[in-house]
Write a protein that binds this ligand. Sequence first.
Ligand code: SF4
Length: 89
Amino acid sequence: MDSDSSQRKPCRRCLLSEIDRNGVYRTVREYIASLDESVKCSREEYSQRLCVCKSCEHLSDGMCALCGCFVEVRAVKSNQICPDLPRRW
Ligand code: SF4
C-alpha cells in the first residue's frame, strides 16, 4: 500500500469546486467572476444546471466528457446548452 492510497480520491461525479486540483478551480472562479453579468444565467439556473451535471454519467473530474468543458464554466453562460442529445439543460 503506497502512501497516497489513504488519501481520499475525488469521485468522477465531482464538480471542479469539489476537487480544486492544483488551484484550477481558483482560476475558473476568477474567470467566471470576470464575465459580464449580462452573459451569465441566474444563480438559480446555474445551481439547477450544475445539479443536473452532478447526476450525469458524462461528468468526469469536473469536465463534461461530451464537450470537454469545465461544466462550471459552461453552465454559467446563459447562451450555452448541454451538449447531450436530448439536452439535459
Ligand atoms: S452532458 Fe450535459 S449534463 Fe452531462 S455533464 Fe455534460 S453538460 Fe453536464
